[in-house]
Design a protein around this ligand. Structure first.
Ligand code: SDX
Length: 429
């Protein structure tokens, strides 16, 4: 028997709506006919109780602190797979076998170079431009180079665009960093793994051979896995909404990057590290916590809290482990910011203000410390997040385009403005 939900309106009229059930997680009330039946909209700013789509890609259980990519727990993927295997999984729904992985890696590897004209875009920016401003601009401009594959209804065009974006984001992110430092761009190398290639493009200089450090490369690869996708977060919803108009994938990913830049979203790891630098010392933690509790201060515990996780973000646990591994490898186990972050976390998790609001560390709380230890400057943190999330955005965009229920996204509103009135001549205003 099909499940239904009944809504009784103020005038006593009852309306029935189907209840839809997923594989796991909350059921949904299908209210698509509500406006037609009642002349009323639902009202849900911030979409706290709204499912914008059906998806098979990522599942989050915020209360249990669970994150699954295509059903696989993030802890197992971070331990047993690398980032390109995870990309294959998110895009295709299954983990690759050895030959599928070999072909996928080879295709990505052969798309890592960018058109040489793309380098001209960088010179239009000031050297001290925020790398995210550069990334939004350059990624959006990619569509100008691929007129041959912008038909989003052609699966082959969608496939080649996915490969180009996954392969070229590391090259473009590294170019943004090199431009910022005044060092020459470093070309990708086809004999290196995805993450080793990225580390070399970021840190190699022509004056000497770059030595790959496998522990640091593995740490970066894990950071990319942890950030690869996360259900219908703000930037993914931005990509889906942009794509729903038929915009090309490069423009949609540029829109996702722009949204991720916000400090409440992907910009939080940069903000969390700046917060730790500002606190400076564990003795200053009580004063800072007092400020956070004072709503007028506007201070937030950056890297804490989450719209969905009302338990420990599973990615934060894995990020803290990675942090420890990298700092140990570098002989920085007494890193002051890491110790300060752990002290701050301990204080917050014992304080009822945070516990009662179910505020726990999220993926951004430790990721800044790891990236700083890898030599990545604070201003580049959200670029790395964008690099990792590109595969998630593409997988979600692809799923949306292929969804027969898909329509252009066009929410309505509760209008609180002026009722109809007549324009008066200027001498009567
Ligand atoms: C990411 O959506 C995703 O999945 C995002 C992401 C992904 O992978 O795509 O997981 C990545 O964006 C992680 C979140 C990174 N952002 C931050 O760390 C910034 C700090 N966190 C907050 O700004 C906040 O927690 C949000 C934006 C993440 C979530 O905000 P919500 O769900 O809208 O919750 P809320 O703002 O309504 O907060 C509920 C209460 C409020 O207090 P009261 O009004 O009830 O008294 O908790 C308080 C908030 O003031 N609160 C915080 C806080 N976060 C929420 N107080 C202090 N410090 C914080 N960090």
């Amino acid at each position: 028997m099909d499940k239904k939900a009944t809504l009784t309106l103020a005038d006593g009229k009852s309306l029935d709506f189907p209840v839809l059930t997923g594989t796991i997680g909350p059921e949904v009330i299908d209210i698509r006919t509500l406006y037609g039946k009642s002349g009323m909209f639902t009202y849900d700013p911030g979409f706290l109780s709204t499912a914008s789509c059906n998806s098979s890609i990522t599942y989050i259980d915020g209360d249990a602190g669970v994150l699954l990519y295509r059903g696989y727990p993030i802890e197992q993927l971070a331990k047993h797979c690398d980032f390109l295997e995870t990309c294959y999984l998110l895009l295709n729904g299954e983990l690759p076998n050895a030959s599928q992985k070999g072909e996928f890696v080879s295709t990505v590897t052969r798309h890592t170079m960018v058109h040489d004209q793309l380098t001209r875009f960088f010179t239009g920016f000031r050297r001290d431009a925020h790398p995210m401003a550069v990334l939004v601009g350059v990624v959006g401009a990619l569509s100008a180079f691929y007129h041959d594959s912008l038909d989003i209804n052609n699966p082959e065009h969608r496939k080649i665009s996915a490969f180009r974006l996954i392969a070229k984001l590391p090259t473009i992110v590294a170019m943004a960093y090199k431009y910022n430092t005044g060092q020459p761009f470093v070309y990708p190398r086809n004999d290196l793994s995805y993450s080793a290639n990225f580390m070399r493009m970021m840190f190699a200089v022509p004056a000497e051979e770059y030595k790959v450090n496998d522990v640091l490369v593995r740490a970066l690869d894990r950071i990319l896995i942890l950030h690869a996708d996360h259900e219908q977060n703000a930037s993914t919803s931005t990509v889906r909404l942009s794509g729903s108009s038929g915009a090309n994938p490069f423009a949609c990913i540029a829109a996702g990057i722009a949204c991720l830049w916000g400090p409440a979203h992907g910009g939080a790891n940069e903000a969390a590290l700046n917060m730790l630098e500002e606190i400076g010392d564990a003795s200053k933690i009580p004063e800072f916590i007092k400020q956070v509790k004072d709503k007028n201060s506007g201070a937030k515990l950056m890297g804490f809290g989450h719209r969905v996780y009302k338990n420990y973000d599973p990615r934060a646990k894995l990020m803290r482990e990675t942090c420890y591994e990298v700092l140990n490898e570098l002989g920085l186990e007494n890193d002051r910011l890491f110790k300060l972050a752990m002290a701050l976390e301990k204080v917050a998790l014992e304080d009822d203000y945070f516990v009662s609001r179910k505020l726990y560390p999220n993926v951004d709380f430790y990721s800044g410390i790891v990236q700083r230890a890898l030599g990545i400057p604070v201003s580049m943190f959200t670029c790395i997040f964008s690099l990792a999330r590109t595969v998630g955005w593409i997988a979600q965009w692809n799923e949306m385009i292929s969804d027969p229920e898909q329509k252009i996204g066009r929410p309505r509103q509760l209008y609180k403005g002026a009722a109809r009135r007549e324009v008066q001549p200027i001498d009567k205003r």
